[in-house]
Structure formats: structure tokens, C-alpha cells
Design a protein around this ligand. Structure first.
Ligand code: FES
Length: 272
């Protein structure tokens, strides 16, 4: 009898089944966590901030220190001439609480009650043609302080010679000066005074006589002015302005103050 025909011996129930042994477990390597970036010490970022701040201060300080000596007038295009062509314009006080009883009214040289001597009003020149819009315009480059002179320097005259009009932009660093003799803290009361650094402009020619603007070389030591005239009815006018240093001045820069008598001085009465 061959092997093939021989029967396999029956497996006894109690005999365990032989199983292949499992493969050894594969070793799984955990990924190495990235090394944390080295932390900069806190003091270092604070120091960086401080350095940036000091640098900024230095740049601003340097800019301010040269500001009075840079001929800004060569670079400034007056916002006035850029927007509206200066023309002959009736002088009307802005609608503004600081203008008191004159608010919104045309300035008449014969009305000494509404426009008394030694008083000033804010006006806009050149005008957009709309008094309300003009009055709300915050651009000081189109704002002027029309001053009726004190009586002892002609303020009671009933023509344009009783008035001057100064720019509201100081030629030092562009703050807005004011004419307020009643509340002046200066010993030089009847003057146009800048609240920022104390520049004082005298009337009637606008030359700076104290403060930083007075230390600047001509023509940067006088405030720009408008030329005024009046008609037969006493209505005050602004003559078409010429914004250069030999005439009405460059706003925020200055003018040759001695041209006052030859150019700024109020024109003779004109026909309405
Ligand atoms: S801005 Fe400096 S004194 Fe007027």
C-alpha cells in the first residue's frame, strides 16, 4: 500500500492546532518634535521698540528744527489759488459764533456799531460763492482775520483804511493766530497773536515783532495780508489777491512787509 492511499491519522479533539508564530512587531519610531526656536529675551523686543521710538522722535525733531529755514513758499502751491481764482470779493463775515453780531453779515465800513474799532472777524477768501459752505470750510489756508483797527490808528475811519486782513496761517508752523485785545495775555495787546509758540504780528503791517516768526529772515517774518477797498455805500471788498512774496504774500510762508504801503494799503474808494 502506497503512502497516498494510507489514511491520515485522525486528529484527536484534545490535540492543539499548530499556528504559525506572529511576526515580531515592527518598531515604530515617533517623529522627533522640532526644536523650539530660541526665545528672544523680552528686554530685547522692548529695546527694539524704544529704539524705533527714539529714531522717530529724532526724525520729527530734525524736521521741525529746519522747518523755519526751509523756503516752503517755493514748494507750496497755495490751496487758495489751486481751488478758486482770486477775484474781487465782497467781505462777508463767516457764519460763526466767534463773529458775534457780525456773523453772516457783509462788512460795511460805515457801520461802527456792528463792526466797532479794535475788533476782528473771520472771513473766507476766495469764496466758493456759498456763505454757508465757506463758513463750514475748516481749511485755514482760505481763512483771514479782518481787523477793524483801534481808534488811535484809524479804526474810526469810514472807509477801507480802517481795516486790515491777516492770514489765519502763522508763518512759523501754521497755527492760527487771533486778534483778541480784550482777552490778550500779552503785554502787547493790539496785535495779532499766535497761541502755539507766541509769535506776535503788529498792526497794521503784519510784521512779526516777537516769538519765533520774528527770528525768521524776510520774507518769512511777516504774515500775508489781503488788499481791501470799499465802495460808495461803505461795503468792504477784497481786491483780487496776488499770492507771492512781493504782493499779498504766500500763505504759510510770508511776504515782504514793507510792501504794505505800496501794495496792501487799502485802495481808494471804488465804485460799487
Ligand atoms: S505756529 Fe509757532 S508761533 Fe505760530
Amino acid at each position: 500500500m502506497s503512502d497516498e492511499t494510507r489514511e491520515k491519522p485522525a486528529r484527536r479533539e484534545s490535540e492543539p492546532i499548530a499556528r504559525p508564530s506572529p511576526p515580531p512587531p515592527t518598531k515604530v519610531l515617533a517623529p522627533t518634535p522640532p526644536k523650539p526656536a530660541p526665545l528672544l529675551p523680552q528686554a530685547s523686543s522692548a529695546a527694539k521698540g524704544r529704539r524705533r521710538f527714539v529714531k522717530a522722535l529724532f526724525v520729527v525733531g530734525a524736521a521741525l528744527s529746519i522747518a523755519p529755514f526751509v523756503p516752503w513758499g517755493q514748494y507750496l502751491s497755495s490751496s487758495v489759488s489751486a481751488k478758486v481764482e482770486p477775484t474781487l470779493q465782497k467781505v462777508v463775515a463767516d457764519i460763526n459764533a466767534t463773529n458775534g453780531q457780525a456773523s453772516g453779515k457783509p462788512i460795511n465800513t460805515t457801520d461802527l456799531e456792528t463792526f466797532p474799532p479794535n475788533t476782528a472777524w473771520l472771513v473766507t477768501y476766495p469764496s466758493s460763492g456759498n456763505l454757508t459752505l465757506d463758513s463750514q470750510n475748516p481749511d485755514t489756508f482760505v481763512k483771514w482775520r479782518v481787523i477793524r483797527l483801534p481808534a488811535d490808528v484809524g479804526g474810526t475811519n469810514t472807509d477801507a483804511t480802517a481795516f486790515v486782513a491777516f492770514s489765519e496761517v502763522c508763518v512759523h508752523l501754521w497755527c492760527s493766530p487771533n486778534y483778541d485785545p480784550e482777552h490778550s495775555t500779552s503785554k502787547v495787546d493790539e496785535t495779532f497773536q499766535c497761541p502755539c509758540h507766541g509769535s506776535i504780528y503788529r498792526i497794521p503791517d503784519g510784521l512779526s515783532i516777537a516769538g519765533p516768526a520774528s527770528l525768521q529772515p524776510a520774507p518769512t517774518n511777516a504774515i500775508p495780508m489781503l488788499s481791501l477797498s470799499s465802495d460808495a455805500s461803505g461795503q468792504l471788498y477784497i481786491e483780487p489777491a496776488v499770492f507771492d512774496v512781493d504782493h499779498n504774500g504766500v500763505i504759510g510762508y510770508g511776504r515782504y512787509y514793507d510792501t504794505y504801503y505800496s501794495y496792501i494799503k487799502p485802495a481808494a474808494a471804488k465804485s460799487g
